[in-house]
Design a protein around this ligand. Structure first.
Ligand code: F6R
Length: 258
């Protein structure tokens, strides 16, 4: 795992966006896994800046959302389909038909989950998956004790996740109870993982994911199994890492680095 500690959120956005841009330059029709939430917003804004400046062409990429709430009315502004439209599809000028999100409004959610998996497979798999991390260590909406080999499925959100996400809704009770989420096994099949985390509230989860035991109690610890996982942190999110000095040293001395 490559752990990169950067001074603040702006640098996290810039360095993580560089990694995504490199993946797209290598493969202009890259399949990109898209997280929602606050963590990747700076990264998306940075990619949009590069597109607007003419430095990056994303017209050939395809996108897959990580997760979706169950039961929100179609077009609800906090559905992840709407959020991705506002924060990724429109700013990057993507063709909406090339971006897929699990259908949280489906009558048959199990069938929707299976169909989403098939769609990823038909696209050739995800080249690079962007991730945030929950304060309880979740990635996607794989809450603690999720199977490490799980696939896209219905999950019940942890009370802590609903409380954390209440800021996007009128009141905590308005946060849906269920979601569809890519599984940890699905996420592990992406060829590259890029996790971004900022702020002190993520420091315990980040430390458990990077340095704790591989355990479903911290679903993000599954990144330890992935051969190409990068974790981009600001100083606050890195505050509980025991080997922080080593990570700074390896980043400063990275082969080909500045
Ligand atoms: C969102 C997602 C979640 C978030 C996590 C952190 O698609 O999959 O795992 O990445 O809850 O949320 P923020 O970034 O809002 O702190």
């Amino acid at each position: 795992m490559e752990v990169v500690i950067l001074p603040g959120p702006d640098e996290v956005a810039r360095v993580a966006a560089r990694r995504i841009a490199e993946a797209v330059r290598r493969r202009p029709d890259a399949v990109v896994g898209l997280a929602t939430g606050s963590s990747p917003l700076g990264l998306y804004a940075e990619l949009a800046r590069q597109v607007a400046a003419g430095w990056l062409d994303v017209s050939g990429i395809r996108g897959f959302g990580l997760d979706e709430y169950v039961g929100l009315p179609p077009g609800h502004p906090q559905s992840y389909a709407s959020v991705l439209r506002r924060t990724v599809v429109q700013p990057l000028g993507l063709d909406p038909a090339r971006v897929h999100v699990p259908d949280g409004g489906a009558a048959d959610l199990d069938a929707a989950a299976a169909g989403f998996e098939r769609r990823i497979e038909a696209a050739g798999g995800i080249d690079v998956q962007i991730l945030g991390i929950g304060a309880n260590g979740h990635i996607g909406f794989n809450e603690p004790t999720s199977s490490l080999s799980s696939r896209t499925r219905v999950k019940t959100l942890a009370p802590r996740t609903r409380a954390d996400n209440a800021r996007f809704f009128g009141s905590p009770e308005d946060v849906p109870v269920h979601c569809l989420t890519q599984g940890l096994g699905t996420i592990l099949e992406a060829r590259e993982l890029v996790l971004v985390a900022q702020g002190r509230a993520k420091a315990d989860a980040v430390a458990a994911a990077v340095e704790g035991p591989l355990s479903s109690m911290c679903p993000a610890s599954v990144l330890q199994l992935h051969p190409r996982a990068g974790v981009y942190l600001d100083e606050a999110a890195a505050a509980r890492l025991r080997l922080a000095d080593y990570y700074r040293h390896t980043w400063a001395h990275r082969p080909g680095g500045g």
